[in-house]
Every structure is written in C-alpha cells, then in structure tokens.
Design a protein around this ligand. Structure first.
Ligand code: ZN
Length: 107
C-alpha cells in the first residue's frame, strides 16, 4: 500500500473503530442501553483510540522509491498549528509527503 492510501485507510479504520463505541457511550448516558452493557462503552473507546493510533505505526506502508514495505508514518510540524503527515522508509531513507495535514494537538 502506498503511503497516501495507507494513511487514508488507517484514518478511516480509526473512525470506524471508535464511532460505535462513541455512539454506545452517548446511548448509555441517555439511558438507552441496559446497565450490563453500558460499561462496555469506555473500554471500547479506549481500546479503539489506542489501537487505531498504534496500528499505522506497527504496519508500515510500501515505499514508493524502493518498493520495500518499510515506510513508517511520522508527523512534521509545518506551521504553528499544523502537522504534515509523512512516511520515512527505513530501507532507503526516502521521505514521502502524503499531502495530508493534521491540526496540532490532535493526538
Ligand atoms: Zn525505500
């Protein structure tokens, strides 16, 4: 997987992981969820957020320069309030800019 599609896939996966947990938590707060299930929301959210943040670091993308699957995500501050999402290959050192930007404090 190329760095840009790798980043998009994992961002999408992250949302699909934590959204059900968030909805369950809101439903639990409003009293729509039976008591024995309402305790699931917080652990679900915690696991989804942590796992979702760690997955792109554990599973590298394919380097577009040398073709080896050893391109790891990193973020570089490009302005006071924004981070550029980039990938650095641990095989050849190539840096790929995904063109994606995140707000500082998002993590
Ligand atoms: Zn490479």
């Amino acid at each position: 997987m190329e760095p840009t599609s790798h980043y998009r896939t994992f961002t999408y996966l992250w949302y699909t992981l934590w959204t059900p947990g968030g909805l369950l938590w809101v439903a639990a707060v409003l009293g729509f969820v039976p008591y024995e299930y309402s305790g699931l929301a917080i652990p679900w959210l915690a696991v989804a957020l942590l796992a979702g943040l760690q997955l792109p670091r554990l599973i590298p993308a394919r380097c577009p320069n040398c073709g080896v699957r050893r391109a790891y995500i990193f973020r570089e501050q490009v302005a006071e309030d924004s981070l550029a999402v980039k990938y650095r290959c641990r095989s050849c050192g190539h840096v790929q800019d995904t063109g994606q930007v995140e707000a500082v404090g998002g993590e």
